[in-house]
Design a binder for this molecule. Structure first.
Ligand SMILES: *Cc1c(COP(=O)(O)O)cnc(C)c1O
Length: 403
């Protein structure tokens, strides 16, 4: 099928929930993808921070192939070897003692919210309120939606699940004020992705952790986007010397196969007992095998080091652009999640479109933040190629913005 044929079929039969670009991607390898008409693109979106090892990484492909021939799915009525092995790998490399598996970020957050409530319910404490951040993003299901501190996602879906309180990100005083006898947890992304690539300042996370300990409430970190190496460490919270009680993961977890996880300390995880939570597909053999292969590759092949190096190189390149163009207000991020903040009125979506026409995929969050989230395996040559396409597009956007 051609791009046009696929687009026509989509518009006829698929619900209209996405503002899609006018092309269909049908093949990928590393940081390159090809559309249905055979055109090649350099991909700096990585399936929205999912394909951290690049498209169709051979280790993931092989694991999926082998497992698909053996056993694709079996229910959680029975023990599942790849699931147990992946849980061992995850807990051995994090603060967590136990893992629960599901299929997406939103589901992982639902599980985290349920676990926090159950934990305090079993203690006989009436703590059910959860403090989350403005500009946060936690997913589209109802609890995750209520946790998301952005009105635009709530519109038309009210009434939302109750007992979420929003405070500004990076404002410890606001959290202190919001905590009361009903508070169960503070839940946040250690570094906000969808809300504009917002980096935590100085000792914010450390003070937040101290506040949680002092108040006897849980710290839930949503690392759905920042986890699995995206920021140059396996988990973003490792940069800030804090550990949460509960952490959620998804996007980069299984090399492109749909999978989510909610991990926790033993103390908190104990609140889930048989019958309290479940997922039909969660941690099934196919997804768990892909996850084992993806995580081993991340840990054993220098992926984190490459992410830190290339992150710095890309950051420098973008800083160079900022120095030349007044309408670029800020470059921010960590590792290979980098945002470029444009002056209000400069349309990020127009820049994304112009890049697409020149064979480069980037994306824009909000109206004015360009987001760069390439595979963590990206090479220096590919960063150079990206900058070579971006530079003239930015220059043109600058000229167009002049009176
Ligand atoms: C993408 C994202 C989610 C939602 O994940 P889905 O798999 O789309 O449900 C939740 N939290 C964060 C931080 C995300 O970036």
């Amino acid at each position: 099928m051609t791009n046009a044929e696929i687009m026509e079929l989509t518009s006829k039969h698929v619900m209209n929930t996405y503002g899609r670009f006018p092309l269909a991607l049908v093949k990928g390898s590393g940081r390159e993808v090809w559309d249905a008409d055979g055109r090649r693109y350099l991909d700096f979106t990585a399936g929205l921070a999912v394909c951290n090892l690049g498209h169709c990484h051979p280790a993931v492909v092989k694991a999926v192939q082998l497992q698909a021939e053996k056993l694709i799915h079996i229910s959680n009525l029975y023990h599942i070897e790849p699931q147990a092995r992946f849980a061992e790998l995850l807990t051995a490399n994090s603060f967590a003692d136990k893992a629960f598996f599901c299929n997406s970020g939103a589901e992982a957050n639902e599980a985290a919210i349920k676990l926090a409530r159950k934990y305090f319910s079993l203690k006989g404490e009436g703590r059910f309120q959860i403090i989350t951040m403005e500009k946060s993003f936690h997913g589209r299901t109802f609890a995750a939606l209520a946790a998301t501190g952005q009105k635009k996602f709530h519109l038309g879906f009210e009434p939302l699940l109750e007992k979420f309180t929003y405070v500004p990100f990076n404002d410890i005083g606001a959290v202190e004020k919001a905590v009361n006898a009903n508070t169960a947890a503070v839940m946040l992304e250690p570094l906000q992705g969808e809300g504009g690539v917002n980096v935590p300042s100085g000792d914010y996370l450390k003070r937040l952790k101290e506040l949680c300990v002092k108040s006897g409430i849980l710290l839930i970190l949503d690392e759905v986007q920042t986890g699995m190496g995206r920021t140059g460490k396996l988990f973003a919270h490792e940069h800030y010397g804090v550990t949460p009680d509960i952490m959620t993961l998804a996007k980069g977890l299984a090399g492109g196969v749909a999978m989510g996880a909610m991990v926790a300390t033993d103390e908190v995880a104990r609140a889930f007992t048989p019958g309290t939570h479940a997922s039909t597909f969660g941690g099934n053999p196919l997804a768990a095998s892909a996850a084992v292969a993806a995580m081993k590759t991340t840990l054993e092949t220098g992926v984190l080091e490459n992410c830190r190096k290339m992150g710095e190189y890309l950051f420098q390149g973008l800083e160079g652009l900022k120095a030349k163009h007044k309408f670029i207000k800020e470059v921010r991020g960590k590792g290979l999640i980098i945002g470029v903040e444009l002056e209000e009125g400069v349309k990020g979506s127009e820049i994304v479109k112009a890049c697409l026409e020149k064979g480069l995929l980037i994306n824009c969050v909000g109206d004015t933040t360009l987001r760069f989230i390439p595979a963590l395996t990206v090479t220096k040559e590919e960063v150079d190629e990206m900058m070579g396409i971006l530079k003239p597009v930015i220059e043109k956007a600058g000229l167009a913005g002049k009176p």
